[in-house]
Design a protein around this ligand. Sequence first.
Ligand code: SF4
Ligand code: SF4
Length: 259
Amino acid sequence: MFAEDACAKLIAGYQAIGDNVRKATNIGRSGDDRDLYRLVDKIVTLASEPYGDFLCVTGCTNCCYNLPFVTSLEWETLYAHMLKLPPAAQQTILQRTFDWFGAMLGRMIVGPAADTPGLIAMSSELSDVATTAGHHCPLLIDDRCSTYEGRPLPCRAYGHFMQRIDEMLRTPYMCVPAQHHLTDHFPKDTVLPLYNQFGARLVQLQGHDPALAFIPLWIASHATEGKLQDQINTRPDFASAVPQFIATGTRLWGAPAPD
Ligand code: SF4
Ligand code: SF4
């Protein structure tokens, strides 16, 4: 049984962090309590203390076989970290993006026009590709997230939160094996925070009409002549970048277009 005082301390800690969520002004920039990423990281650290070897086994990379879609706000931080990677790592990321996901890029735009059935179908297709071909997030290199410090919100939170689906239903925000582990090995009074308020704050910070896409499409939209372009574009024209890639087969990747 989880000690009552430890439980109370944990809840108080969650609440203190939660109180700052609505005051967060940025993600991945200030590194303090105004930084939504920092608040999620604090929750994860807080939960890991009393639960010891928590739900997620250190070194588990299975999450990276379920590609998240990210907002332009998250992409800003992620791309800043990508640009710091050595050229060889950047090439690996680009190569995988086009080799593994090139044929799917046209369906990776999540918003604002995308509909929910389309999003679900894309997630399912990506999951199939991961299962059958082992194609994971292009940023996972040598079983490590190459942009760990700048990874998107779901990647930081997954495995340590609950999520509210509606007023009545709360489910663990984690993979099925971790859910089973939670059910089988942790006491019924295990306390996990709700992810919803963090996701909601991200949407608020993003503002209206956000650019949303799966990670490979963001990467593809920043490829120029076989390299990552120096400048970030938080509003890329996905719709024209993708047909251009499909039409030429390799133009974004930088090889000569076919006759
Ligand atoms: S949520 Fe599941 S897949 Fe993700 S790190 Fe934890 S155990 Fe691994
Ligand atoms: S951004 Fe990093 S943590 Fe997230 S799915 Fe990709 S490799 Fe995994």
